[in-house]
Write a protein that binds this ligand. Structure first.
Ligand code: SF4
Length: 343
């Protein structure tokens, strides 16, 4: 009977985390076979359609988070249990446009530019030597949750296998300052990641990159050689402002190209800008270009997952269901890789 499978999955195997234990056993076999280099990792996420339909959904603001778990389905209970989890409920305060009644943890997303749909994100951390998946994690399909999943996978891979890469390749989604700071300062991993930077101006006035930062004095020097200092006040918990003197700007011939509408120029600097500078210093180097090419291996893993393994849409609901399917698929992909190399 089909219920034998679902009961075995939900009642016998899930609490023991048997699927993850099998996954880790296969990764260990790949390490022993020499398929994992451990020097370069790549991270990315792919949207997988959830088993949820727009017809069975309600507007986000009509959803009640305080509903009684005892009278809810398993997928709803799982959702309620993950509300404080950074990969799920706590990843963002933004109320989604629609929430599925049958699978409320699935995210309503239009990220594929086509019609929006309910989805989960499948996050992979791969070793770039042969494209072995060293960790996998399900998360909500929003950037903050995917970045949180990347951190979880990096920590867990170090803890389980003693593997910490020298460099991590990723796209701009992983290039926000807190993530870069965590990689550089806390983990000692070189971020081969394009920096998420909105400071470039396109109205003809000077951008921040036209100002030179002096780390020894903690000041910026403007194009006319004047100093911009900071009071040290942190704005919105993340930004320092460096201000030019009004006297300097009033007398400056470059003012029309610098701050035509303001009395003097201000330069915002993220408190983690040092980590962004480290990431910028890799851009364009040979190592960075190699990482950019190697990042394609993770896209190929996702293409294989959808086209060959046909995991375009989930069969199970809830965060645990998505996690189980993603881990099982990663087991299959690693086994195929292992088999082809052993053969
Ligand atoms: S306007 Fe002020 S900040 Fe801008 S270049 Fe002139 S002195 Fe420097």
């Amino acid at each position: 009977d089909h219920s034998a499978f679902s009961r075995a999955r939900n009642e016998r195997f899930r609490e023991g985390d048997v699927v993850r234990r099998v996954f880790e056993h296969i990764v260990e076999a790949c390490i022993v076979a020499g398929l994992v280099g451990g020097e370069g990792f790549a991270v990315d996420a792919s949207l997988i359609q959830a088993d949820a339909n727009k017809q069975r959904s309600i507007a986000g603001q009509d959803w009640r988070r305080d509903r009684d778990p005892a009278r809810s389905s398993r997928a709803v209970k799982e959702y309620l249990a993950t509300l404080d989890d950074t990969a799920w409920g706590a990843a963002s305060d933004v109320v989604p446009k629609f929430i599925s009644l049958s699978d409320p943890a699935a995210q309503w997303t239009g990220a594929h530019k086509g019609p929006a749909f309910f989805a989960y994100s499948d996050n992979y951390l791969i070793d770039v030597k042969f494209g072995v998946i060293v960790d996998v994690e399900a998360s909500r399909s929003i950037r903050q949750a995917e970045v949180g999943a990347a951190r979880t996978m990096i920590e867990r891979t170090e803890e389980r296998f003693g593997l910490k890469p020298e460099r991590l390749a990723g796209d701009t989604a992983y290039g926000a300052a807190p993530m870069l700071n965590w990689l550089v300062e806390e983990k000692g991993i070189a971020p081969h990641i394009p920096v998420f930077d909105k400071s470039k101006r396109d109205d003809g006035t000077f951008s921040r990159s036209d100002f030179r930062y002096d780390p020894t004095r903690d000041v910026y020097h403007c194009p006319s050689g004047k100093r911009l200092g900071t009071s040290g006040t942190v704005h919105e918990g993340k930004t320092l402002l460096y201000r030019a003197s009004k006297l300097d700007c009033d007398a400056c011939p470059l003012k029309p190209q610098c701050c035509p509408k303001e009395p003097s120029r201000k330069i915002p600097r993220d408190i983690h800008e040092h980590a962004r500078d480290v990431a910028r210093s890799f851009a364009g180097t040979e190592g960075f270009e190699t990482s950019r090419r190697q990042r394609k291996k993770i896209e190929m893993r996702f293409a294989h997952l959808k086209r060959i393994l046909r995991l375009g849409r989930l069969r199970l609901r809830g965060p645990r269901g998505a996690q189980d399917e993603f881990v099982l698929a990663a087991i299959a992909q690693n086994l195929r890789r292992l088999a082809s190399f052993v053969a």
